[in-house]
Design a protein around this ligand. Structure first.
Ligand SMILES: O=C(O)C1=C[C@@H](OP(=O)(O)O)[C@@H](O)[C@H](O)C1
Ligand SMILES: C=C(OP(=O)(O)O)C(=O)O
Length: 418
């Protein structure tokens, strides 16, 4: 199936989806607590479904009532887990399964089976687990249980390895100290993990920020947790408002949990967009032509798709740097963006960890996101500003934003599926 998109003007109000990252964290942490927890405003998506299934397999009882989950831990056990397309799920589930006596197997779909796991498995091995993989990638096996101790782990591939180790750390007999080698990518996600752990009663000692942490043995306490809006999905909606919006308002509920992708607002302002941030609603006033510039996405790799498509409206090149870890997502996002945006008339030059986009004569194109949900949504939004485009893989929105197509149509987007 593919999506046919015509030039569109979007107006009206839209509600930003709930955070996928915080939904994952809350379900795993609640599954480790010493009593029942309630999680409200959960994101319902294929990725978060994978986490619910994983935690049920690992021993938690999870009941759903609309967008509220009630999670009751029933004792950790080894499990056979299929994390489908979700990197966050397989990384955190691998570390949690290492807390159980016995062997768990963890796999995923074709995309997930290409994604790196070895640094996490090596760290679990240092703490007493026996792990195996297929050339450092899923399917993996993890035989617990880990006792804790000191681990060294590289920070240049994924912050999810460190988040996973941190989440399992307080449940070990001796606790864990983590030493991160080199510069950590995607730092805000580690802050999200530490904040979520605090909500479930566990304190992480930051020895040196983003370099060294200590987690003493502790018990997770039951919590009543409300998931905030998703700042990565917000970035896509803001890009839509800039490229195709007329009078578009985005309703949000962020609360006080940290999310790095909120920095997309700062990026838009550097590009010349005025962003009005109210208590619970955001709108933009965008000029017809944006400035260009150089943007470091080392902390916020999921901003690559929404930022890249703004190049269509820039008067000067858009240079995106320090984003090599975007090559390890559902797809190699640097390579796919370079090849597909070029079809639409945007000059694209990729470096190992960078992408430079130069606006050109835009034209309709057939765009292939290679089943990457963030790329599909970004290409659809770009297409609303170009006209006469088709985009493959509309079903990929199920991963993080299942109602995306309906929501866009509700704002006036001319999208049809064939
Ligand atoms: O911890 C998380 O929730 C995530 C961390 C990031 O991955 P990396 O840390 O691998 O960059 C991000 O790309 C992903 O969408 C979600
Ligand atoms: C890469 C992403 O998530 P994950 O790593 O959980 O697959 C994403 O949502 O863009």
């Amino acid at each position: 199936m593919k999506c046919v998109i015509e030039r569109s003007r979007l107006s009206g109000e839209i509600c930003c989806p709930a955070s996928k990252s915080y939904t994952h964290r809350a379900i795993f942490l609640a599954s480790l607590a010493d009593g029942p927890s309630t999680i409200a405003n959960v994101l319902a998506s294929a990725d978060t479904d994978a986490t619910v299934a994983a935690c049920r397999s690992l021993g938690a009882e999870i009941e759903q009532d609309g967008d509220v989950l009630r999670v009751t831990p029933r004792g950790l056990r080894p499990a056979d887990i299929d994390a489908a397309n979700s990197g966050t799920t397989i990384r955190i589930a691998s570390a949690v399964s290492a807390l159980a006596e016995g062997t768990s197997t963890l796999t995923g779909d074709e995309s997930l089976r290409r994604r790196p796991m070895q640094p996490l498995l090596d760290a679990l091995g240092t703490m007493g687990a026996r792990c195996s993989s297929r050339e450092g990638r899923p399917p993996v096996t993890v035989t617990g249980r880990i006792a804790g101790g000191h681990i060294d782990i590289p920070g240049n591939i994924s912050s999810q390895f460190i988040s996973a180790l941190m989440i399992s750390a307080p449940m070990t007999r001796s606790g864990v100290t983590i030493s991160i080698q080199g510069d950590l990518v995607s730092k805000p996600y580690l802050e999200a993990t530490i904040s979520a752990m605090r909500r479930f009663g566990v304190v992480v000692h930051t020895v040196i920020p983003f370099r060294r942490y200590a987690v003493a043995p502790q018990a997770y306490r039951p919590a009543s947790f409300t998931v905030p809006s998703d700042s990565s999905s917000l970035a896509l909606l803001l890009a839509a408002a800039v490229l195709a919006g007329e009078k578009m308002k985005i309703r949000v509920a962020f609360g006080d949990l940290p999310q790095g992708d909120e920095s997309f607002i700062d990026i838009l302002e550097v590009l010349g967009v005025r962003v009005d941030v109210g208590e619970d609603v955001i709108s933009v006033d965008a000029p017809g032509v944006l400035a260009g510039g150089r943007f470091d996405l080392g902390n916020t790799p999921d901003l690559l798709p929404p930022l890249a498509i703004l190049s269509a409206r820039c008067s000067a090149p858009l240079e995106i740097v320090n984003v090599g870890h975007a090559r390890f997502k559902e797809t190699d996002r640097i390579a796919v963006l370079a090849s597909q945006l070029a079809k639409a008339g945007i000059g694209a030059v990729q470096g190992q960890d960078s992408l430079t986009l130069t606006p050109g004569a835009l034209g309709g194109a057939h765009l292939d996101p290679h089943s990457d949900h963030r790329l599909f949504m970004a290409f659809c939004i770009l297409a609303m500003a170009i006209d006469d485009c088709t985009v493959e893989d509309p079903e990929s929105v199920r991963i993080s934003y299942p109602s995306f197509i309906e929501d866009m149509r509700g704002l006036g987007a001319k999208l049809s599926l064939t």
